[in-house]
Design a protein around this ligand. Structure first.
Ligand SMILES: [Zn+2]
Length: 415
């Protein structure tokens, strides 16, 4: 399968200059960029007035929670979690999680996201939904032992998910998801990390999300976690002197500014982290605490929050890098670049809008005036998963219909 994209502007990565060139995609990979002679292709797209840029990455989410969007508004984290979310989650089935994940993938693809890092349960359903949609996902099972000696088989289940799904179709990476240091004992986190390390799997964990969380990070890092590739979600209340502990090539911080504001958890010190060489990427968290899955929006918000104290904070390149390159690196599933040999994971943006002028300053517009509604198409591994209003890989009306039924059931449980 050969696909030629022509007449578009190309941003190959956040640090490069814009260029006019063609892109050739063969069997899911980018094989040519530049002004080459046309050849026989299966699909040819005239992208005059459009920009091709690397796909965005959502580095922290709970995709199936789109089923619970709007269900728990105006609450603090503890009430939100224990009074609203957990009672509903207890009753979720594989089918519910499949459709919730599909719904989120539709939203993410519509907004230019090509890969996401998920923590949830019923992970067979999550992985199947990602495969069926054609989206890249790091699938992790949320793990807790709540300080007791048993985790009710959750770690065993996570290992089975790894055996069943890891590497499937080049789309899935199965990782491990110890929920948080307050819901997992250190011994349990160490056990999980040892397993993850032996399998070469990633780990993701919530860290310092709310101000009530007080545990020494140094102790956590004395476990086998220090050897793993870890995505720490939130890190809002990290202590100043602990920031350097996260500045390691195998560690990433997933910053979720909307969710942190909405649950009154505060603002993570990401400029300080970036200054101290911590690798920061962006997440949306679940749609029950955001309520959108929009990395363009998170990128702009993350930037503005840091600029509230110093306008030189978070450059345009740093912002774009968090949304693409850093998330890509954290996920290990995509490169975050338009480059020869890479999977064709890209976004096509309609830039024939007044807010993209002057075109010479387009990179600044992508951060400060772009809107995810400007996404014209999203391609993952050379397949269009969203194209000008339609979703070529799925039956959209069936997903809408079943999701609606599932949500009606959940609202019944809630009331
Ligand atoms: Zn989360």
């Amino acid at each position: 399968m050969k696909i030629l994209l022509e007449n578009a502007l190309i941003l190959t990565d956040p640090f490069s200059e814009l260029m006019n060139s063609k892109v050739l995609i063969e069997d899911g990979k980018i094989t040519k960029i530049g002004d080459f002679t046309d050849q026989q292709v299966d699909e040819r797209h005239d992208f005059t007035g459009k920009l091709i840029m690397p796909g965005l990455v959502n580095s922290h989410t709970h995709a199936a929670m789109s089923l619970m969007r709007g269900i728990a508004e105006d609450m603090n984290l503890q009430d939100w979690l224990f009074k609203k979310i957990f009672p509903i989650e207890e009753r979720l089935t594989d089918k519910d999680v499949y459709y919730g994940t599909m719904l989120s993938q539709m939203e993410m693809a519509r907004k230019g996201i090509v890969a996401y890092i998920d923590m949830y349960f019923h992970c067979d359903a999550v992985a199947q939904a990602a495969i069926d949609f054609g989206m890249k996902a790091v699938v992790t099972r949320g793990l807790t032992d709540s300080g007791s000696s048993s985790d009710n088989g959750r770690l065993r289940q996570n290992i089975e998910y790894f055996e069943r799904w890891n590497g499937r179709d080049g789309l899935i990476s199965v990782g491990f998801g110890p929920h948080a240091p307050y819901s997992c004992s250190l011994k349990y986190i160490d056990q999980i990390a040892q397993v993850a390390h032996s399998l070469g799997a990633k780990v993701t964990i919530h860290l310092y999300e709310s101000k009530n969380e007080d545990y020494p990070l140094s102790e956590l890092l004395r476990t086998s976690l220090s050897k793993c590739d870890v995505i720490f979600a939130h890190c809002v209340h990290i202590k100043e002197q602990e920031i350097d502990l996260l500045a390691r090539p195998n560690f990433f911080v997933a910053h979720n500014p909307t969710s942190n504001l909405k649950l009154a958890n505060g603002i993570a010190p990401i400029q300080k982290m970036i200054n101290r060489k911590v690798q920061v990427c962006l997440g949306t968290d679940g749609a029950a605490s955001n309520n959108t899955l929009d990395i363009f929006y998170e990128m702009r918000l993350a930037t503005l929050l840091q600029k509230s104290t110093d306008p030189t904070n978070i450059s345009v390149e740093q912002a774009l890098s968090m949304a693409t390159l850093m998330g890509a690196k954290a996920s290990g599933l995509t490169t975050g670049r338009i480059e020869i040999g890479a999977d064709a994971d890209l976004v096509v943006l309609d830039i024939q809008k007044p807010w993209y002028l002057p075109i010479e300053k387009l990179k600044a517009h992508l951060v400060h005036s772009a809107n995810s509604a400007d996404v014209f198409a999203t391609m993952i591994k050379g397949k269009w998963v969203y194209y000008n209003g339609s979703y070529p890989t799925i039956n959209e009306s069936e997903i809408r219909r079943v999701s609606k039924e599932v949500m009606e059931k959940l609202i019944d449980i809630e009331s």
